[in-house]
Design a protein. Structure first.
Length: 233
């Protein structure tokens, strides 16, 4: 694995532990406001938020914004029509918000969940693809790549058809989600285990497997005081 030493990028949590208390509509409104602000440099109006989510009552939208404010995600200025400031989010144009899981997602649908999911903000060039996500590594998960327990492993979206030969992927087969290295031959896709035995499974029908993502890199905190240093794979 080739390692580079770019300028360390600070991972900024965009969801506090209070995120578990957000309702689904509150989460969606907050995400919409973040994306709208990044695209337009100003906040959406209450009516625009209402139209986006089919909420006809401006009072109902205001109540959702009040709830987000009470939970520490917004700061409101009632004297201004768009007087809302989002807290705890890096809104620079080069930043992107990526979900982070403490355990390997077993169900692909969990990758699009909105409630109670921690999110991290990183440089768009390092994880800007839609569908990217982080997983906190457990001991031995990806030791072959030099990954240690607690490292943040970044996954980019991929498919059985587009996965490159030699890529390390998170594949769901036979009801289990496991790390494999992809090998390709004329007969189909070969999934090679990362253990010492390097056991291989030939998959002739790509529809038999679901690839949740490929390992794109990992982040390690070099000390308790400093930011994590990106390591690319």
């Amino acid at each position: 694995m080739a390692r580079s030493e770019p300028t360390p990028q600070r991972l900024s949590p965009v969801v506090t532990p209070q995120a578990a208390s957000l309702t689904e509509i509150e989460r969606k409104i907050l995400d919409f406001m973040v994306q709208y602000l990044r695209a337009n440099t100003y906040q959406p109006s209450i009516r625009e938020i209402g139209r986006r989510f089919g909420i006809k009552s401006t009072k109902t939208v205001s109540e959702h914004l009040h709830a987000l404010s009470e939970k520490g995600f917004l700061e409101r200025d009632s004297s201004r029509s768009r007087g809302v400031r989002i807290l705890g989010v890096d809104l620079g144009p080069g930043a992107v918000s990526v979900p982070c899981f403490n355990e390997v997602p077993e169900d692909p649908s969990s990758l699009t969940a909105t409630q109670g999911i921690e999110r991290l903000s990183i440089d768009r060039r390092l994880g800007g693809e839609d569908g990217s996500f982080f997983v906190r590594a457990r001991s031995g998960d990806l030791a072959v790549l030099g990954v240690e327990e607690g490292d943040l492993v970044l996954f980019s979206p991929t498919t059985a058809q587009s996965a490159e030969d030699g890529a390390v992927v998170l594949a769901r087969t036979g009801g289990r989600t496991v790390f494999h290295r992809v090998r390709k031959n004329g007969r189909g896709l070969v999934l090679e285990s990362l253990g010492p035995a390097a056991e291989r499974v030939l998959v002739e029908d790509a529809d038999q497997i679901v690839l949740l993502g490929r390992v794109a890199g990992f982040y390690r905190k070099v000390d308790e005081a400093g930011p994590p240093a990106p390591t690319r794979h």
